[in-house]
Unconditional design. Sequence first.
Length: 120
Amino acid sequence: MSLQGNCHCGAVTITLDFQPVSITECNCSVCRRYGARWVHGTRSNVRVEAQPDALQFYCWGDKFIEFYHCRHCGCLTHYESTEKTEESRISLNTRMCDPTTVSDLRVRLFDGADTWEFLD
């Protein structure tokens, strides 16, 4: 099984080569503003396909994470670790998925603003 999401205009598509068991909702200063909900994979099991020049990223603070959005429609599609190895993290914003494909997944609340622990 796999999970797929894409931006509003279709210029960016992200595919997970596995079916996740949960979604993470983080309350850090960036994620709460974006309203994103994440499923996490690695460069070895997540594929990002984008039209040329469709992606732009924002990197802040400690410069460990790049938040990508589509330059055409503005949707926040995913984030990646700045480290680019096969096992470095890529996380799909599940707001880019058809709601029926993620409706059965448990949403876990993560305290990225303070304790760095799950709240459930």
